[in-house]
Design a protein around this ligand. Structure first.
Ligand code: HSE
Length: 402
């Protein structure tokens, strides 16, 4: 029997207990032994809950119990979660987590502590919720040189953008509706400003490079400036708008990583990913493109990924599962030097100046003559920014083309 403790009995933590219980036979068979949830750590009590007798309020009870071999950290944050994870790993207890903030910030350090203590720090649930993506990068695509990763990594923003596209609604209206339905947090900043997607692309980029990609250095732009009008023009051009986490390997130790809304052709597989779904599109030098799609958030999908890590840990007790993520930092390429094309919507009065600076690929939509859309010629990000500055208030919106 393998004893497991769950830290945090919130949405994901209670899901972990539910998955272990509901799929008991399968999970035990695949673990090679019985998994037993011995403790649940939470500040609260849960009277009437079937697992109320397992609830403890003191982490020391767990970390000092030699029978506990695997810990699921589903608390979130980088305070107590960091201290508890470190202390568990130092005692040789494996930790499985859904906490992308902690993995992005302290991943290499925690992996190193795990290695030193013959245990594992696994984080399948930290990116893409229930979608297997960490394990494919670590174990399956091992014959590949990964050249790039593009992902829809945040369910809340993908839901908002999908609704804006399908209903012609504006950002604020859809955000409010998403909050009422419980999809978006009351404080939606981490989602809508792209910070959540940034942590996830930092984790994926680090695995792609085998070096640490610092999430705080990644250029990040959210979706708050995308308008209903932008979707009208995108549709007319056979495109849509998606918030993408993007990462391109520029050699052994340099990576180009960013998070921003992109206008993408409707025929691209990522354009077909709607609502709260996530997808990660991986390009390898031998396989070419492969895509991993599914539910990127929610209680049971995320818990399923955490439990898949628990099973992996149970199968590898006392053995280290290799994960190539050194603490040496990868260099982040300067995105301002990057060449690309842009969608720009300007006031019709600025047509001549805009065409002269950006190019003459003008999109005409019948009945819309107050503003003008240009798909710019290929130019450096910094040159484009300078043109927009010259156009000033005439620029109504701008989105990078994929
Ligand atoms: N807020 C996140 C999302 C949850 O919307 O995708 C999963 O990380």
């Amino acid at each position: 029997m393998v004893n497991v403790a769950v830290l945090g009995y919130g949405t994901v933590g209670s899901g972990v207990v539910e998955v272990i219980e509901k799929n008991k036979d399968m999970v035990n068979k695949k673990s090679g032994q019985e998994l037993n949830v011995k403790y649940i750590l939470d500040l609260r009590d849960f009277p009437g809950d079937p697992y109320e007798d397992k609830v403890v309020h003191d982490f020391d009870t767990i970390v000092n119990d030699e029978e506990v071999q695997i810990i699921c950290e589903t608390m979130g944050g980088v305070g107590a979660a960091y201290a508890f994870t470190k202390s568990a790993l130092e005692k040789g207890k494996s930790v499985c987590t859904s906490n992308k903030e902690l993995v992005a910030k302290h991943g290499p350090e925690l992996l190193q502590i795990a290695r030193k203590n013959n245990c594992n720090y696994l984080f399948e649930a930290s990116v893409g919720g229930g979608i297997p993506i960490i394990r494919p990068l670590n174990y399956s695509l091992t014959a590949e040189r990964i050249e790039g990763i593009n992902g829809i990594l945040n369910g809340t923003t993908n839901y908002i953008l999908s609704k804006m596209e399908m209903e012609g609604a504006d950002f604020d209206t859809v955000l409010k509706e998403a909050q009422e339905k419980g999809y978006a947090e009351r404080n939606p900043e981490a989602d809508v400003e792209g910070h959540d997607a940034c942590r996830k692309i930092a984790i994926l980029s680090s695995l792609m490079m085998g070096k640490n990609v610092d999430s705080e250095k990644i250029y990040t732009e959210g979706i708050t400036k995308v308008t209903a009008d932008d979707f009208v023009y995108a549709k007319a051009a056979g495109k849509t708008v998606k918030l993408l986490g993007r990462s391109v390997a520029m050699g052994e130790s340099e990576v180009l990583a960013m998070v921003a809304p992109f206008m993408i052709d409707k025929s691209h597989p990522l354009a077909m990913v709607n609502d709260v779904f996530n997808a990660v599109f991986v390009t390898g030098n031998m396989l070419g493109d492969s895509m991993y799609y599914g539910r990127g958030a929610g209680k049971l999908p995320t818990a399923s990924a955490v439990v898949s890590d628990v099973v992996d840990c149970a199968r590898h007790l006392g053995k280290v599962i290799m994960c190539f993520w050194d603490d040496a930092d990868a260099k982040l390429a300067d995105i301002s030097e990057l060449d690309r094309s842009f969608y720009v919507r300007v006031k019709a009065s600025a047509k001549d100046a805009a065409v002269e600076m950006l190019g003459d690929d003008v999109l005409t939509v019948p009945g819309r003559d107050e503003d003008l859309v240009i798909f710019s010629k290929s130019m450096k990000e910094k040159e484009f920014a300078a043109c927009c500055e010259k156009l000033g208030d005439a620029v109504l919106s701008k989105i990078r083309l994929y």
